[in-house]
Design a protein around this ligand. Structure first.
Ligand SMILES: Nc1ncnc2c1ncn2[C@@H]1O[C@H](COP(=O)(O)OP(=O)(O)OP(=O)(O)O)[C@@H](O)[C@H]1O
Ligand SMILES: [Mg+2]
Length: 257
C-alpha cells in the first residue's frame, strides 16, 4: 500500500507588515510511492510551509497538491505529521498520545488500544505506555510522535526536522529505526532536515531548496545501496555535492540582503 504525491507549481504568499511576501515560488515535484525524499535548504526558505501545505494545515496561494489523484484541501489521517518541536499532549500518557488520531477517526476502544500498542512496540517503547511525556527523554518523545503519526496508517509521513533537538548519538539511532520502520511499512516519507549528513544517510532523493523565496534548485538521487556506511567514500561525495549547493544558496542570500 503506497501512494503518489504530486506538487504542481506551488506558490505561497504571506501578508506581512511590509506587504506581500513570497515564501515559496513555483515548486513542482513528484514523489513516487514508497520514496524517501529529504528536503534541505537554508533557514526560512519555506520547508515547514511546504510540509504544512502537504498536510493540509495551510493553503497554497496558487498551484496544487495532489495525493493519489485527489487535490489536498484539508488535513486528513492520510497524512501523518511529525513536527519540528516536540508536540505531544503533556496531559496524556504515551498510550493516549498514540491513540489520539484513532480517537478522532472514531476507532473503538479495543481496536484503538491494539493498534496503538503495535506502533508503540514498533518504535521500541513497550513498557512506557502509561508514562507521561515529562517522564521521557527527547529521543523517546520523538519515538512517541512517530508512533502517533503512524498509528492512523497515513499514506504519507511528513517529518519536519524530527531529530533536530536530540543528541547526535540518539539521532543516529532514531535514523536507523526510521529506516527500519520505513522498510517495514513502505510509507512514502517527506523528511525536512538541516543536516546534509542526515539527508545522505536516509534519502532515496534529496531536494535542495533556494533561500527565500524557496524554489527547487536541484534534486539529487542518492543511489547508494543500504545499509549505508556513514563514512564511506560515496556518502562523502554526496555530502560534498550537497554542501556546495547549499553554500551557493547561502551566498546568494547574503548578496540579496
Ligand atoms: N504565518 C506566517 N505569516 C507570515 N510569514 C510566515 C508565516 N509562516 C512562515 N512565514 C515566513 O515564511 C518563510 C518560510 O518559513 P518556514 O517556517 O517555512 O521556513 P523553514 O524553511 O521551515 O525555516 P527553518 O529551517 O528555520 O525551520 C519565513 O520567512 C517565515 O518568516
Ligand atoms: Mg522549519
Amino acid at each position: 500500500m503506497n501512494h503518489k504525491l504530486e506538487i504542481r507549481n506551488l506558490t505561497k504568499m504571506f501578508s506581512t507588515e511590509e506587504g506581500e511576501m513570497a515564501a515559496l515560488e513555483d515548486i513542482s515535484i513528484e514523489v513516487t510511492p514508497a520514496e524517501f525524499l529529504c528536503i534541505i535548504g537554508p533557514s526560512g526558505c519555506g520547508k515547514t510551509t511546504l510540509l504544512r501545505m502537504v498536510a493540509g494545515l495551510d493553503h497554497p496561494s496558487s498551484g496544487k497538491i495532489i495525493l493519489d489523484g485527489k487535490e489536498v484541501k484539508r488535513p486528513s489521517p492520510d497524512r501523518g505529521m511529525v513536527f519540528q518541536e516536540f508536540s505531544l499532549f503533556p496531559w496524556r500518557t504515551v498510550l493516549k498520545n498514540v491513540e489520539f488520531g484513532l480517537e478522532i477517526k472514531g476507532v473503538g476502544d479495543k481496536a484503538r488500544r491494539e493498534i496503538a500498542e503495535k506502533y508503540i512496540e514498533l518504535v521500541g517503547l513497550q513498557g512506557f505506555e502509561n508514562h507521561y511525556p515529562y517522564e521521557l527523554s527527547g529521543g523517546m518523545k520523538q519515538r512517541v510522535a512517530i508512533a502517533r503519526a503512524l498509528a492512523t496508517e497515513p499514506a504519507i509521513l511528513l517529518m519536519d526536522e524530527p531529530f533536530g533537538s536530540v543528541d547526535a548519538q540518539t539521532r543516529n539511532i532514531l535514523q536507523e529505526e526510521l529506516l527500519r520502520i520505513w522498510k517495514r511499512t513502505e510509507k512514502t516519507i517527506l523528511f525536512v532536515t538541516h543536516s546534509v549528513d542526515e539527508a545522505v544517510y536516509l534519502a532515496d532523493r534529496v531536494a535542495v531548496m533556494s533561500s527565500r523565496p524557496g524554489c527547487l534548485v536541484k534534486c539529487l538521487d542518492i543511489d547508494i545501496p543500504r545499509p549505508r556506511k556513514r563514512t564511506s567514500v560515496e556518502v562523502n561525495e554526496f555530502r560534498e555535492k550537497l554542501l556546495m549547493l547549499l553554500s551557493l544558496e547561502r551566498s546568494k542570500a547574503c548578496i540579496s540582503v
